[in-house]
Design a protein around this ligand. Structure first.
Ligand SMILES: [Zn+2]
Length: 242
């Protein structure tokens, strides 16, 4: 029962072989995270076509920066009317400009998640501290920190707040992810791929089938069997998403 809680298989890189990618993944659940107006529509279509693909909708901070406020508001209204499993991808990315605009809409999405009683899948590049502070201030309970790359102490603060961490295959080659997995309780860990990004090897297309590699590495770090890790992650998934 492998789980990929954060992926972008609506990316062009999967146009040729999307069916094989999904079928060969061995994942019971693949949550595709919409990033913008077009991608949200593609995500909904993919969810209709494949039963194991679950739909999360949001606007990535990269797109928040580029979009008109009017269009952002319209998309939030659209998302509020859809049947979805989570709100995402949302968050803050301070490698981009317009911090105020990003914060404004991040908060608006958190309000929507609360209203719909759904988990949030959160991007937090170079803004981890701000993200955790806002989530705390908004009293968010169902949170997945996706590809968390911030300071360990901020990560541990997020763990204390009851947030989950979704770990990508990059874990295999990245010391920071390994350190995070060592310190965070197995009861707070989920798997993701962020496909086509965040594979073990930079620049190579990542896909949901690689979740198995992440489970193997987590088992090694935690001194657990792969089966135990797989079961724990499945239980964490069920607890958060149902
Ligand atoms: Zn992502």
């Amino acid at each position: 029962m492998l789980i990929d809680v954060h992926t972008h298989i609506t990316d062009k890189k999967f146009d040729e072989d999307i069916e094989e990618v999904i079928e060969n993944s061995n994942c019971a659940v693949i949550i595709n995270n919409g990033m913008n107006v077009e991608d949200n529509r593609k995500t909904i279509e993919l969810g209709k076509k494949f039963s194991k693909v679950k739909v999360a909708l949001g606007i990535h901070p990269y797109d928040i920066v580029k979009m008109d406020e009017k269009d952002i508001e319209a998309e939030i209204k659209f998302i509020a009317k859809q049947k979805i499993i989570a709100i995402g991808e949302i968050g803050l990315d301070f490698t981009y400009e317009e911090k105020e605009k990003q914060i404004k809409y991040f908060k608006e999405f958190l309000g929507l998640a609360k209203k719909m009683d759904l988990p949030v899948l959160v991007h937090s590049r170079k803004a981890e501290k701000e993200v955790v502070e806002i989530l705390k201030e908004k009293n968010m309970k169902k949170v997945v920190m996706h590809c968390y790359c911030g300071k360990l102490e901020v990560g541990l603060e997020a763990e204390k707040l009851g947030f989950y961490f979704s770990i990508p295959p990059r874990l295999i080659t990245n010391k920071e992810f390994q350190e995070l997995v060592k310190k965070i309780s197995i009861t707070r860990i989920l798997t993701e791929t962020d496909a086509p990004y965040m594979g073990a090897e930079k620049g190579k297309r990542n896909e949901p089938g690689n979740v198995k590699q992440t489970v193997r590495k987590i088992a090694e770090i935690k001194g657990m069997s792969e089966e135990e890790v797989e079961n724990s992650i499945f239980m964490n998934y069920q607890k958060l998403f149902s």
